[in-house]
Design a protein around this ligand. Structure first.
Ligand code: SAH
Length: 252
């Protein structure tokens, strides 16, 4: 059996209990070494075989899993954040299916949640935005043309940019071309939930300079939108005048 486990955004205690339990009994762990906190490996048992996938190809990862399966060993494939976001798990799963190897996915706290927590932000503020767009700038990995930043920016929803911290200049231009005002608030969260987490507040206009001055070009999320501003409406859920399934309005 192979478990794809979300390691969480960085802090060692942000892995799920299920994920930690699986790590502690795994015979083999293959972890995404570029981003997974290596301290999580302290949860593994003595004699656990550990591989860092940062140096491996998809085929090499599958070979390790295949070998472990043949020896009746349990493997944890540890991915940063939640495996469903830029985790490249689908290609692994499809190869495992061909090999009739059983798998299960254990979710994790994605870094976009860790980043919001770092600044106490809510992406879905009433009257501001009820939509979160998770995307990335096109780099060496292509993004479908219909999802270019300019067209996504036109929605003026809350936006989370993964894998884009080295492309801030272009990103800023695209956001503005899409219709965002120059002064739209931006928060850059570097290594959210890690001990050396850093937060930078700026605007779309000042983003490139903020990234340059602070030398941020990786392991950061760029959050964009008016959910980072000061204006919003109260929720209906906790409004005394609003009745719902669990609570009657005060005046009814
Ligand atoms: N599956 C992961 C994302 C992997 S893609 C998740 O759910 O978070 C790798 C990108 O995620 C990085 O380039 C960076 O943009 C972002 N990232 C991962 N961990 C981060 C963290 N702790 N703080 C800020 N950004 C992070």
């Amino acid at each position: 059996m192979i478990y794809f486990v979300g390691a969480g955004p960085g802090a060692v205690d942000l892995i799920t209990i299920k994920g930690q339990k699986l790590l502690s009994v795994a015979d083999v762990v293959i972890y995404a070494g570029s981003l997974v906190n290596p301290e999580l490996l302290n949860y593994t048992k003595n004699g656990c075989e550990i591989h860092n996938s940062a140096h491996m190809t998809l085929e090499e990862v599958i070979d390790k899993i295949k070998k472990a399966e043949a020896e009746n060993k349990m493997t944890v494939r540890l991915h940063t954040g939640d495996p469903s976001i830029y985790g490249a798990i689908r290609e692994q799963i499809d190869l495992l299916k061909e090999l009739n190897i059983e798998y299960q996915v254990v979710p994790g706290v994605s870094s976009f949640c860790g980043a919001a927590a770092a600044i106490g932000a809510e992406y879905t503020l009433p009257d501001v935005s009820q939509t979160v767009i998770i995307t990335r700038m096109e780099g060496r990995t292509p993004v479908p043309e219909r999802e270019n930043i300019k067209s996504l920016a036109a929605h003026k929803s809350s936006m989370v940019l993964f894998l884009s911290s080295s492309l801030a200049e272009e990103l800023s231009k695209e956001l503005i071309a899409g219709g965002y005002e120059l002064e739209t608030p931006v928060a850059v969260i570097y290594k959210a939930t890690w001990p050396d987490e850093k937060v930078f507040r700026c605007t779309i206009e000042t983003l490139p300079n903020t990234m340059k001055i602070n030398k941020i070009n990786k392991t950061a999320l760029i959050l964009v939108g008016n959910f980072l501003g000061n204006e919003y409406k109260r929720s209906e859920l906790y409004n005394p005048a609003f009745t719902h399934e669990f609570r009657k309005a005060e005046n009814e």
